[in-house]
Design a protein around this ligand. Structure first.
Ligand code: ATP
Ligand code: MG
Ligand code: MG
Ligand code: MG
Length: 568
């Protein structure tokens, strides 16, 4: 008897394929996943997974689960709807800003929809683990996450609601954390290899997560929003946000670092002017003014000046920081750059302050707030400056810091991210266990994410061709797509061979739709992207079918017996 679960008749499948690309779609994965009936837009950045899409999503999840289980990960499911308090404790209720979906319950209490779950996992372990004997622990979940992304785009590549595998490791020692991190790194390599994704591991900045070591898994693809630097000769690769290339000043001299000057407690224009040793009516080119950490004015030679007299509106009870540097005046080129579509908010200023950078040898790369390309970028106007990250970005062809070969700069999709968080969250929530010495020991943590729904889109980006999707077998919604190209005889044969293949353990999709022409069925089969297509057509009467490889297009006529033997 046929294994019914493995044979899906298209006549009974809810699927509507589209001939035309959705009007708003720019990327291949967006167009094809919609046209092939895998996903459907519900609202901006929010997607419905239809039956075939669900199968692919489940296949990706299964691979992720198997490899997480293999490193001893324990699957849990935490709520997505979360109270504000833990995120206040960690500071992320504020830090996340507009990215958080916030809501209130009927009593007026604040809640959020979880964007990631460090806080809640920390609390879970605090509740469950009391002794060093309870650790190490790796917990994971595959869950829907919510982020009110500024620019949800590219279909499921960047959703406002999306599926993530997030895991968290808890250790008592730094070596333990390093070990948990290494286990994840290896598991991720296995996962992405099994999924059939081409990927690179790059070092990354930790951003809002905090913590020290961090690497990203990037899937090279033109549709990606990340820019990364790749050495064609050695294994060096890095996110442009994290690239640090040591550049010696051209003349061999060292540049003086930027000075940060604290102003008197309640500054006035006059006190600032006095502090700077200039008249209160001065305009200054080499000055950057921060009020409560926010840049309010930047003077850049040849572009704009800071008019001291006009700073008044910003000065009320605040901490004012003034940053001056002679370099600033002399080296306007340090605030100029070419800009890619990825945001570099908050990172340019450190660049100016970096004494290693000589004129004309390195550039700031990134996007301004609107994500547009721009030249002659001005810090504070095109970039928000709120952070001091070690950012130096290279031009294509600049020497690889490892081997000196000219670097390439490519686009990629961030599919995974691993962090050694250290004790940031354990400190915030006082997560201790009783140590071997009988004293409380602070726990150290890692957090690790995979964009499960994004991986589906990344796969579509990397594997599609001009005819449609083209899945690697591990994630395909079926192993074989049997097309009944004709009338009753062809349909009968298609169903029979479908059952045989199903019995052999294969997952089969049979296009037995009545009243749909063979031409349409062939086009749909190519669009859907199942790796092997079997056609019951012209020679059905002789029990002969055509077996076709979706990727290579190679085709062969075989008897049913031969085809079943070949495919199973
Ligand atoms: P990005 O830089 O693309 O915004 P992120 O660095 O903010 O991603 P993480 O916080 O590292 O994302 O989350 C872990 C993983 O979740 C990411 O590596 C990515 O694969 C996935 N992910 C993050 N944001 C989204 C999103 N909006 N839609 C789909 N997947 C996402
Ligand atoms: Mg993000
Ligand atoms: Mg990122
Ligand atoms: Mg990330």
């Amino acid at each position: 008897m046929a294994n019914a679960a493995q044979v899906q008749r298209m006549s009974r499948l809810m699927i509507k394929t589209l001939r035309d690309d959705p009007a708003d779609a720019e990327t291949a994965s967006h167009k094809l996943l919609v046209r092939a009936g895998y996903v459907r837009r519900s609202s901006a950045g929010i997607w419905t997974w239809l039956p075939l899409g669900m199968k692919v999503l489940e296949n990706v999840s299964r691979v992720v689960r198997e490899e997480m289980d293999a490193i001893g990960g324990q699957e849990v499911l935490l709520p997505a709807l979360l109270p504000k308090e833990p995120y206040e404790t960690s500071g992320r209720w504020e830090e996340y800003g507009d990215l958080l979906f916030r809501l209130k319950d009927r009593k007026g209490a604040d809640y959020l929809l979880g964007p990631t779950h460090e806080e809640i996992f920390t609390l879970t372990v605090k509740d469950q683990c009391t002794s060093y004997k309870d650790l190490p622990v790796i917990l994971y979940q595959i869950q829907i996450k919510y982020r009110d992304e500024a620019r949800p785009r590219s279909g499921v590549l960047r959703g406002r609601e999306f599926h993530m595998k997030d895991s968290y490791s808890f250790d008592t020692t730094d070596e333990g954390l390093a070990q948990s991190y290494a286990l994840h790194r290896e598991a991720y390599q296995k996962i992405f290899e099994r999924l059939g994704l081409d990927y690179r591991i790059v070092s990354a900045v930790s951003g809002a997560m905090g913590g020290s070591a961090s690497e990203e898994f990037l899937a090279p693809a033109a549709a990606g929003e990340d820019t990364f630097v790749d050495c064609p000769a050695c294994d060096y690769a890095a996110n442009t946000e994290a690239v640090t290339v040591k550049v010696e000043p051209a003349d061999g001299s060292a540049h003086a670092p930027v000075e940060e000057l604290d102003t008197p407690d309640t500054p006035t224009i006059e006190s600032l002017a006095e502090f700077l040793g200039v008249p209160a009516s001065a305009t200054l080119k080499n000055l950057l003014v921060k009020v409560d950490g926010e840049i309010v004015a930047v003077g850049v030679p040849g572009d704009r000046e800071v008019d001291l007299g006009k700073l008044g509106e910003h000065l009320a009870p605040a901490t004012v920081e003034l940053v001056t540097a002679e370099d600033f005046t002399d080296r306007p080129e340090l605030v100029r750059g070419y800009v890619g579509p990825q945001g570099l908010a908050g990172k340019a200023f450190r660049y100016i302050a970096d004494p290693r950078v000589a004129p004309g040898t390195a550039w700031v790369t990134g996007a301004n707030k609107e994500g547009k390309h721009a030249r002659n970028v001005v810090v504070g106007r095109d970039f928000e400056v709120d952070d001091y990250l070690d950012v130096v970005v290279v031009e294509p062809g600049d020497p690889c810091p490892k081997c000196g070969t000219g670097l390439k700069i490519d686009r990629a999709i961030e599919i995974g991210h691993i962090f050694q968080l250290g004790r940031k969250y354990a400190d915030a929530f006082e997560l201790d266990v009783l140590g071997q010495n009988g004293k409380p020991t602070r726990v150290t943590m890692g957090s690790y994410g995979i964009g499960v729904s994004r991986a589906v889109a990344a796969l579509a980006e990397q594997t599609h061709d001009e005819k449609g999707l083209c899945w690697p077998r591990e994630v395909a919604p079926a192993d074989v797509h049997v097309v009944a190209a004709g009338k009753a005889q062809q349909t009968e044969l298609a169903l029979a061979i479908g059952d045989r293949l199903g019995d052999a353990g294969l997952r089969v999709l049979v296009d037995d739709r009545a009243g749909v022409s063979p031409g349409v069925k062939f086009t749909d089969a190519e669009l859907l992207g199942v790796p092997t297509i079997v056609v019951a057509g012209r020679r059905a009467g002789e029990g002969v079918v055509e077996v076709k490889d979706r990727r290579t297009g190679e085709r062969e006529e075989l008897t049913v017996e031969e085809a079943v033997a070949r495919l199973s």
